[in-house]
Design a binder for this molecule. Structure first.
Ligand code: FAD
Length: 387
């Protein structure tokens, strides 16, 4: 353990992690008048999952909590420039789900959940979908759905926008400040961050794929594990049409356009948890096989290995986030475990965390189903649209 520099001050809330979730929490708390310190291990914000995501945002979920979290977040991201002076990069290119016959009834039930929440979703015939978007092989498919306000954002810009405003409200951003010790005192937490002591009444654990490790420092069980995920990029092609983020539900393969490139991804169900480094090139072939089977034109695409990358999903046992104040541990608030959909939930999570700390309970959206205690009682959440 490094030496301690005394007198580095106390804050009301220490937010661990300067990804998009920590940034949204820091802004909401600082704007509410609390003294906040954001403690980030890396030399820059958004360097981990936030900067490495596919950047998709969508209302097409089947769990009402996820629909509500994403819908509010998209509203914030849509108006981000006016509120934060930074363009969030929101582009409503849409999400297109191509759905196999056996999943179609449940998928349509999901559409009802989305519409009941006020989220616009279109049900398309396969002919309509093929006419409007990139062609595909319809074998085994029953239909498609399209979310016209779904799309993509710039997670880095959003993180920086939140942090800038948070700092204007007095929040401290401490970079190269890895939290290596967390101890509970009589009325506050004592943290060691980058060799400096920090006292805080409340800790918000927004450390993404590291949330389990950070919880362990404090003796708080946080069931979050890292799982490597790849994004493969094609070479640029002049005049490439913009495509929605298109999901082949049967195989889990997805792609979207990014400028003149296509970005391709698919979760490997056999990926073992852990901070495994490097792109898994062996998984490219089965992924491409899925892509070509559904989208035969993909066989003509050229891959750009140097433009491809990997990052970590932050997986919980039910692949949904953990949000809210711990009922067992005073002053501990979870904001992690978003399992591959944290970018699109961050604004709503920031608001919920602020309400938990300032008002005593989140009230804008009922986050109870996503509290950490659910795993002990077996009340897991199952959203059919986790990709
Ligand atoms: C390939 C891929 C594709 C994805 N696609 C999407 C998508 O399309 N849409 C979507 O919504 N989400 C997507 N995600 C998921 C999304 O990126 C994450 O859910 C989101 O970024 C989580 O944000 P975060 O702030 O919690 O985590 P992070 O961005 O990982 O931030 C956590 C921060 O905590 C810091 N930290 C960790 N430990 C410590 C410590 N001990 N002390 C101090 N700091 C610490 C880290 O350095 C990091 O900066 C994708 C993820 C990947 C990997």
């Amino acid at each position: 353990m490094g030496s301690i520099t005394p007198g580095h001050g106390s804050v009301e809330v220490a937010v661990i992690g300067a990804g998009i979730v920590g940034a949204a929490c820091a802004y909401e708390l600082a704007a509410a008048g609390l003294q906040v310190a954001v403690l980030e291990r890396e030399p820059v914000p958004a360097a981990c999952s936030t900067g490495l995501s596919a950047a998709g945002v969508r209302v097409q979920w089947t769990d009402p909590v996820n629909v509500a979290l994403s819908l509010h977040s998209i509203e914030v991201l849509r108006g981000f420039a006016a509120e934060f002076g930074v363009d969030s990069g929101y582009r409503p290119v849409g999400y297109l789900f191509l759905v196999p016959e056996q999943d179609w009834p449940d998928h349509l039930a999901g559409v009802e959940v989305q519409r009941a929440a006020g989220a616009p979703v279109q049900v398309l015939s396969l002919d309509d979908a093929a006419r409007r978007f990139a062609p595909f092989d319809p074998t085994g498919l029953a239909g498609a759905t399209f979310g016209p306000i779904d799309g993509v954002v710039d997670p880095h810009a959003v993180t920086m926008g939140y942090l800038r405003r948070a700092r204007e409200h007095g929040a401290q951003l401490r970079l190269r400040a890895e939290v290596t010790r967390i101890e509970r005192g009589a009325d506050a937490w004592q943290l060691l961050a980058g060799g400096h002591e920090v006292r805080a009444r409340v800790v918000v654990n927004a450390s993404g794929a590291w949330a389990g490790r950070v919880g362990a420092l404090a003796g708080v069980p946080v069931p979050v594990e890292p799982a490597r995920r790849m994004i493969w990029s094609t070479a640029p092609r002049r005049g490439r049409a913009t495509t929605p983020l298109t999901v082949d539900v049967a195989s889990g393969v997805y792609f979207r356009s990014e400028g003149e490139r296509l970005l391709l991804g698919r979760s490997n169900p056999d990926e073992q948890p852990g901070f495994v480094t490097g792109i898994d090139w062996e998984f490219l072939e089965p992924t491409l096989a899925c892509a070509v089977a559904r989208f035969p034109w993909f066989a003509q695409e050229e891959l750009d290995a140097r433009a491809s990358w990997y990052g970590y999903y932050e997986l919980t046992p039910d692949h949904n986030g953990i949000i809210g104040a711990s009922p067992q541990v005073t002053g501990w608030v979870d904001a992690s475990g978003f399992s591959g959909h944290g970018v699109q939930q961050a604004p709503a999570v920031g608001r919920a965390v602020r309400e938990e700390i300032v008002d005593g309970r989140a009230h804008s959206i009922d986050i109870d189903p996503l509290r950490g205690g659910r795993f002990a009682t077996g009340a897991h959440r199952h959203d059919r649209h986790v990709v």
